[in-house]
Design a protein around this ligand. Structure first.
Ligand SMILES: Nc1ncnc2c1ncn2[C@@H]1O[C@H](COP(=O)(O)OP(=O)(O)OP(=O)(O)O)[C@@H](O)[C@H]1O
Length: 485
């Protein structure tokens, strides 16, 4: 097919732009792709086989078509032809390379080591055969944005508080045991939900590298959806979350609250994947039934598989977690100090970890060893310093983070139960800890009357005595604000 030079130029620019991001892997795949033209926003490409088409489509096309779109303003659709001779491949294959060399070339920061390159016996095959030999390329999982390399199953400490969630995650990763679909992981902040989701992704990438994994936070899902709507790229968006996905991992689903259109879109993606028996894992800070401003049909789907909760870890698990983190970070610390940290920080693993890292940093700066006296003094110091330095804004920020609200929610007119509760808690904490006057607090919380503040403070004080859940929230918040006792 003859191509207009300008269009060809656009293609070449987009190729160069995309190639820059990961030249090794790009070359590996694009020697199996040919440009057949770009007309009226339709990009015609030919792929050597379906495997190459699917891979390129999923991992390179979004960047490539985005680039053309940004240069032209066109909405780009890709039309693939599969098979036939490629007389003008996008990248010319280098004539003399061994498979092992090729594999080491595609090993970048996000790529597994070259032992994934496939059998050495292939090294003697000609490039033209090797480049389409599935094992050589299939053994390398594509990059997956946002995964923490330390969040693996082997770095996860199992205890009574999380063993169900852990076993279910192993099952969802295909590691034996029952597989539940969807798997809904829920629990308070910093208890390891994201860690388990990343661990599933790492395990699947290592064991079944051709699995197409999509990992997003619910917030990112919303943003991508809105952007796709604005730019009229819904087909592409739907393809990403429905057709080109074998494993969907969505963190913090509670973020979809009130976003009805996004919920609708997520509902359809969920159904498509579920019907095709594609694994879905969702995390949330609440049980499905407690999700507010979420469509009923979505809530009911979340309960189709397994709802596995994670509770705050018990003392033994906390000690084991601090020990594991110390090993991972290479921090020398005695058992008595481990126990002390685990005793004073009770509700949140993220905080446990933060305390350990802070102690290690301070010890190294002051050339001290981390003994019990040092740990006691430092933890007390940082607690009171945090308490003294706290301002109304700090309290509001910590409360928003704890209850997963947006920063403006506490000052808004939103009277929804969960927002109002968080607002009352924040007012209570400011009054108790910072000794602010009632009118001062009224002003700081969206110009409310001082009587509103007074009744909020009274209400929370009463609930603290009567309701263990409220007490647990307050204790967690106070620890975050600096009272570790
Ligand atoms: N059982 C565990 N073993 C080892 N590390 C853990 C465990 N549980 C939590 N962690 C660690 O605690 C930190 C917080 O965990 P994570 O981010 O997974 O929490 P989360 O439940 O997703 O919290 P949030 O709801 O705030 O996003 C991470 O560094 C994680 O590695």
């Amino acid at each position: 097919m003859e191509t207009n030079p300008t269009e060809k130029q656009l293609w070449e620019e987009a190729v160069a732009f995309t190639r820059d991001k990961s030249p090794g892997s790009f070359d590996q795949w694009f020697c199996g792709v040919q440009f057949d033209g770009l007309t009226d926003g339709v990009l015609c490409l030919r792929a050597r086989n379906e495997f190459v088409r699917d891979w390129v489509d999923q991992f390179f096309m979004p960047t490539l078509t985005d680039h053309i779109r940004s240069r032209t303003g066109w909405s780009i659709q890709v039309a693939w032809t599969v098979g036939g001779e490629l007389d003008r491949p996008a990248i010319n294959p280098p004539p003399e390379r061994t498979v092992r060399e090729d594999a080491s070339r595609i090993t970048g920061p996000n790529w597994p080591a070259s032992e994934d390159a496939g059998p050495a016996s292939q090294a003697s095959a000609p490039w033209s055969e090797r480049r389409v030999a599935r094992p050589a390329v299939q053994a390398v999982a594509p990059p997956l944005e946002g995964l923490n390399p330390k969040y693996t199953f082997s770095n996860f400490v199992i205890g009574p508080s999380n063993q169900l969630a852990h076993a279910a995650a192993i099952g969802a990763a295909g590691g034996g045991g029952p597989r539940h679909n969807p798997l809904f992981l829920c629990g308070g902040t910093g208890l390891g939900k994201t860690h388990l989701v990343h661990a599933v992704a790492h395990r699947v990438r290592a064991e079944r590298p051709s699995t197409r994994i999509v990992y997003v936070s619910a917030e990112k899902f919303v943003n991508e959806f809105v952007q796709a709507l604005q730019e009229q790229r819904m087909n592409e968006f739907r393809a990403r979350f429905r057709d080109r996905c074998d494993l969907l991992l969505v963190d913090d689903i509670q973020f979809l609250a009130s976003k009805t259109q996004t919920q609708e879109e997520f509902f359809h993606a969920f159904n498509t994947l579920h019907q095709a028996d594609k694994q879905i894992i969702v995390t949330s800070d609440k049980y499905p039934q407690q999700l507010e401003r979420m469509e009923e049909r979505l809530i009911s789907r979340f309960t189709w598989g397994l709802v596995a909760d994670i509770q705050a870890p018990e003392l033994e698990t906390r000690v084991a977690i601090v020990r594991k983190k110390a090993q991972i970070e290479g921090i020398e610390i005695g058992d008595d100090v481990l126990l002390y940290i685990a005793q004073v920080i009770r509700s949140n693993v993220r905080e446990l970890e933060g305390t350990l890292i802070r102690l290690a940093a301070k010890a190294s700066l002051t050339s001290r060893i981390i003994d019990l006296d040092f740990a006691r003094a430092e933890i007390a110091l940082s607690s009171s310093a945090r308490a003294n330095e706290a301002s109304v804004e700090d309290v509001q920020r910590v409360v928003c983070h704890h209850f997963k609200l947006k920063s403006g929610d506490l000052l808004s007119k939103d009277r929804h139960k969960s927002v109002a509760f968080a607002r009352h808690v924040a007012m209570y904490l400011c009054r108790e800890r910072l000794k602010c006057s009632l009118p001062e607090l009224g002003r700081a919380f969206g110009n409310r009357d001082h009587t509103t503040v007074m009744s909020a403070v009274r209400k929370v004080k009463a609930l603290r005595g009567a309701d263990p859940e409220v007490r647990a929230h307050l204790e967690a918040l106070e620890r975050k604000l600096g009272t570790v006792d």
